[in-house]
Ligand binder design. Structure first.
Ligand code: ZN
Length: 296
């Protein structure tokens, strides 16, 4: 009996090692689609995009404690390099985890907002610039209506910050993006609030989107009625922490989204949200096992 137990234990250990080994070499198959992971990083932001040709983009990388978990996720899915790291704005909950990402991943290009002479005195901004220099990555400082990538099946364009606006809040300098892939449109608005939303509405661009990454974790000063009326997202994704002290997402925002008939996914209740965008539409999956919240 003892002997049998030992044999079973031995095979269980083997099975565990085998399973771990498999995980480490399991690449994400994104052929024929754009796969977007809206990571569950608690009260923070981080999304990974893998385009049909394998191009990888990481938008933000959560709080400091989330960095190692995001780095592990990339490694275990065979992502050794990032074509683009988008630092929407220099707040801890968006780029606090960068140290680990820069240390473990080959980052080719970094996109950050052009503050147009109003650079914030932020230790995260300084740290970002130091990491870019050490990594020898190409830095692109961007404002409104600029193509970052334009390919046959997809493109990534900036919406904000506006060239001529001076904002009092760093959040409004968030580098906002509109992404088209096949027939699908996605909007990422960082922590932009009403002033930036108003500026985006003046652009000569159609903001109508299928999927909206809801601004500022669902703060009541973001996702204003006028902005939502232009975007009319079929699906809205909110990144917020369980029981966060800000009360994000705010009830009035959830109400505004519900009023336009948008389906709402919250990382604090469903975990990581995964959007797969195909030639003829998209689907949404959720996965509670992908929790990259280092604070939990
Ligand atoms: Zn934030």
């Amino acid at each position: 009996m003892k002997h049998l137990k030992r044999i079973i234990s031995f095979f269980l250990v083997l099975l565990f090692i085998f399973a771990c080994g498999c995980r480490q070499t399991e690449p994400i198959d994104s052929s024929g689609k754009l796969t977007v992971y809206f990571f569950d990083v608690g009260q923070a932001d981080s999304s990974l995009l893998i385009f049909p040709d394998g191009l990888t983009v990481l938008i933000d990388c959560g709080n400091k404690a989330d960095g190692p978990l995001i780095a592990d996720f990339l490694k275990s899915h065979g992502i050794k390099s990032l074509d683009y790291f988008i630092a929407t704005h220099p707040h801890e909950d968006h780029i606090g985890g960068m140290e680990d990402i820069f240390l473990t991943t080959d980052i080719k290009n970094v996109c950050a907002p052009d503050f147009n002479g109003n650079e914030p005195k932020s230790k995260y901004q300084n740290s970002l610039m130091e990491n870019i220099e050490a990594e020898k990555a190409t830095l692109m400082l961007l404002n409104e209506n600029t193509n970052i990538i334009s390919k046959e099946n997809y493109n990534i364009k900036t919406l904000s910050p506006a060239k001529s606006s001076i904002y009092s809040d760093i959040n409004d300098y968030s580098l906002c993006l509109i992404i088209n892939c096949y027939t699908n449109t996605l909007l990422f608005t960082g922590d932009a609030e009403e002033p930036a939303e108003r500026d985006m509405l003046t652009l000569p661009l159609n903001l109508d989107a299928d999927i909206l990454k809801v601004g500022h974790h669902g703060s009541r000063d973001s996702s204003k009625q006028e902005f939502l009326a232009a975007v009319t997202p079929k699906v809205s994704i909110v990144s917020s922490g369980i029981g966060n002290s800000y009360g994000h997402p705010r009830d009035e925002v959830l109400e505004r989204l519900a009023n336009i008939g948008s389906e709402i996914y919250r990382t604090d209740t469903v975990g990581t949200v995964i959007a797969k965008c195909y030639e003829d539409g998209f689907n949404i999956e959720t996965d509670k096992t992908i929790c990259l919240d280092g604070d939990r």
